[in-house]
Design a protein around this ligand. Structure first.
Ligand code: AMO
Length: 465
């Protein structure tokens, strides 16, 4: 017999069916045993009357505990008026079991899965993530993430963007954050790094003539973690040629409005079109460059998107060194060009952020596409001629071969899903996230490597540290 999904039972009253799934809950009332069976479509109630089952099924029924995997054959019947459960999608029906087969047993789980797991110790949830993910809220979050990514992919393709995969093993070229480094076995003493973002490759895709690139891109940053940061995370990364800042703002705004209308019709925007302010205004008025502009912070359905524009090109780090506020590839406002030599700290970049409910959702800029200006920015950042050549020679060279004007943006998908799902941190919307101190508790990474692997990678561990 073909398998039926739990949710399909509502339309099969009177039919004979076969269900496969997990025991979400088991209630033994003596003469009858109720099983709440769970599959990917939801939960349905199964009624087992032991006296009406064959011998093997009866024996199985005694052994069954929660999270056992079962195959049940039975009849779908309508529930009496008083038994209808309006809280359940399948609450109008139940399945009367005719045979109960155990496909696999389960140990008692370390925490209850049929309830919301958000109050359970998080280390335990992460160690047994595959169990945590069985819970209704986590299933919903991960499926929502898939729907959001699917919406963006379709939107991008509809608008003539091409998805291009860019390398994960790349060259160390500082963009702002500390990079994860990967030793090369074939080239002793040399290293790859994992990309902080596909920034340079997406610009090179513009030089390569694609004009509209996007990628659901995994990024890696070895930085201190917070609720809205993970060592690896996902961006909807995109880049366009022959555009100005306004084109990217409009394109992005339309995409987010359509996403909300399509996937979240119950949510409403605080302002449409999105409110706009400069970085200077945001800092002066709200004391932050990511203000929370919701009118009613108790309203789960309010979305306060806002644009923050005209970020400064440079900032000083704690030691007083000049660094790029966004990254060194941002172009500068034409009216500020003349100040690059005289007053660089006052120079504004064509750089913009999208903020949502007090979170930085995305950053981007119109880029430099002229070699001379790019060199000048590296000079101002104190990157010497040799270092420029070694680290960014490929960009400077690419700009010599007809690089088009271009710019882009990179919304963080984890943060989008977190805010849409109403979750307090991005770990709740990532299937297999890491802890605050960057450990994977499920696989137990990072871990020691065998001596042989270290030798092959030309690595000696300094035990004194
Ligand atoms: P930026 O570094 O601002 O820009 O990153 C863009 C967006 O990515 C998300 N994000 C993160 N999400 C989770 N964990 C992290 N550790 C993390 N770091 C960043 C945020 C952020 O707004 N290449 C440029 C973009 C560009 O200029 O086009 C970039 O990566 O939502």
């Amino acid at each position: 017999m073909k398998r039926t999904l739990n949710i399909e039972t509502v339309n099969l009253i009177g039919g004979k069916i076969k269900l496969c799934g997990w025991v979400n809950a088991r209630r033994n009332m003596g003469k009858v045993v109720f099983l709440d069976m769970r599959d990917r479509s939801g939960v349905v109630q199964v009624v087992c009357v032991p006296s009406e089952l064959d011998g093997t099924s009866q024996k199985n029924l005694d052994e069954i505990r929660t999270e056992f995997v079962l195959e049940i054959e039975g009849d779908v019947q309508a529930r009496g008026d008083k038994q209808v459960n309006v809280e359940m999608a399948t609450g109008t029906v139940e399945v009367l079991a005719k045979s109960v087969k155990i496909l696999n047993a389960s140990e008692t789980t370390p925490f209850e899965i049929d309830k919301d797991t958000s109050s359970i110790n998080e280390e335990l949830r992460l160690k047994y993530r595959y169990l945590d993910l069985r819970s209704e809220r986590m299933q919903k979050n991960i499926r929502l993430r898939d729907r959001i990514i699917d919406f963006f992919r379709t939107y991008m393709h509809k608008n003539d963007f091409v998805e291009i995969e860019t390398p994960i093993l790349m060259k160390g070229t500082p963009e702002g954050s500390r990079e994860y480094i990967v030793p090369s076995r074939l080239h002793s003493g040399k290293f790859y790094v994992l990309p902080q973002s596909p920034q340079q490759f997406k610009q090179l895709a513009m030089v390569a003539g694609f004009e509209r690139y996007f990628q659901v891109a995994r990024c890696f940053r070895d930085e201190d973690q917070r609720g809205d940061r993970q060592p690896e995370f996902t961006q909807l990364d995109y880049e366009m040629s022959f555009v100005e800042q306004e084109d990217i703002l409009r394109f992005t705004e339309q995409m987010f409005i359509e996403m909300v209308e399509t996937l979240f019709p119950k949510k409403h925007l605080t302002s449409n079109p999105f409110q706009r302010m400069t970085y200077a205004e945001a800092v002066e008025k709200y004391g932050t460059d990511k203000p929370d502009l919701r009118k009613n912070k108790d309203d789960n359905n309010e979305l306060a998107f806002a644009w923050v524009l005209d970020f400064p090109m440079f900032e000083k780090d704690v030691e007083g060194n000049v660094q790029a506020m966004h990254h060194p590839f941002c172009s500068v406002k034409p009216e500020d060009h003349s100040k690059l030599d005289t007053d660089p700290m006052s120079v504004r970049a064509n750089a913009y952020d999208l903020v949502l409910n007090g979170y930085e959702l995305s950053s981007g800029s119109i880029r430099i596409h002229e070699r001379a200006l790019q060199k000048k920015i590296f000079d101002l950042l104190g990157i010497g001629e040799d270092e420029q050549k070694a680290k960014f020679g490929h960009m400077l060279e690419a700009f010599m071969y007809g690089a088009p004007p271009h710019g882009g943006f990179a919304p963080g998908i984890d943060r989008i899903v977190m805010l849409m799902a109403g979750e307090p941190n991005i770990r709740e919307v990532i299937a297999f996230p890491k802890t605050g101190d960057a450990r994977d508790l499920l696989m137990n990474a990072p871990s020691m490597m065998p001596e042989k692997s270290l030798r092959e990678a030309h690595i000696k561990i300094d035990e004194s540290k």
